[in-house]
Design a binder for this molecule. Structure first.
Ligand code: ADP
Ligand code: ADP
Length: 226
């Protein structure tokens, strides 16, 4: 089974003026197991809404969702324990070190604290782990968010526009992190509105426009030369 499969997924919002806004329109999304899969589309295409439905945060109007072989919503609990999501900056304590912040999260999640050093190493933050969070660059903050997600050792890691607002060094760091997750055998789903970024980081891609899938397949075949 693929890591993610949706069929006929649909979500409509009602705007302030009570106009219907179709965010996701009959979306068939298929994310293979392993590698980095990009979810590419312009702003407003429905990427965030789709990701929120995959995470059980938004209820679809219609359609089916399978995540790691579990049907949602019934299998949500079984699925989400194996999924990590980097969808917004978590609230870290600015005056605590990165390591201390993660140790607190690990304790809260019932994760062995020895895992903290592993995940810091994994995202390339070991050397700065004992510095205060507020001294970190944006890219480092984003990598700490990834490290927090990795505490529970997820098989599937979902990123919603993770490089927004980052400088080139930060973008490079986050890209390296996504590649290394895939090299470890995890599945990465990353949304983006930047074609060049998809060409650099992804193996496969689904392209969404106005809530509909318009193409999917290998990046090399569809858009780039990777
Ligand atoms: P993307 O992530 O691709 O930029 P979104 O899923 O955020 O797309 O948005 C898809 C459409 O749904 C847009 O037209 C957006 O304005 C609308 N939308 C998203 N969230 C809401 C909401 N909570 N209420 C009303 N409209 C929304
Ligand atoms: P290059 O191969 O372009 O020389 P590196 O991958 O060696 O670059 O490292 C460049 C940047 O990526 C550095 O800022 C480093 O901290 C960061 N980095 C290194 N390893 C990882 C990793 N596993 N995850 C995230 N960032 C990393």
């Amino acid at each position: 089974a693929p890591a993610i499969r949706t069929r006929g997924l649909r979500k409509t919002y009602r705007s302030f003026t009570l106009r219907q806004v179709v965010a996701v329109e009959g979306l068939d999304l298929e994310v293979p197991v392993g590698g980095v899969h990009a979810f590419l589309g312009p702003n407003g295409a429905g990427k965030t809404t789709t990701i929120r439905m995959l995470l059980g945060l938004v209820r679809p109007d219609a359609g089916t969702i399978q995540v790691l072989g579990h049907d949602l919503p019934g299998g949500l609990e079984a699925a989400v324990t194996r999924v990590g999501a980097v969808v917004e900056q978590p609230k870290f304590f600015p005056t605590f070190s990165g390591r201390r912040n993660l140790a607190l999260l690990a304790r809260g999640a019932g994760v062995d604290e020895r895992r903290v050093d592993e995940v810091l190493e994994h995202v390339g933050l070991s050397e700065r782990a004992r510095d205060r969070f507020r001294t970190y660059s944006l890219g480092m903050k984003q990598r700490l968010a990834v490290a927090a997600t990795l505490l529970k050792d997820p098989e599937l890691v979902i990123f919603d526009e993770p490089t927004n607002g980052l400088d080139p060094a930060g973008i490079h760091d986050v890209r390296a992190t996504m590649r290394s997750l895939a090299e470890q055998g995890r599945t990465v789903l990353v949304s983006s509105h930047v074609l060049a970024e998809v060409e650099q980081v992804a193996d496969t891609v689904s392209i969404v426009v106005r809530g509909r899938l318009v193409a999917d397949g290998r990046v090399a075949d569809l858009v780039g030369s990777r």
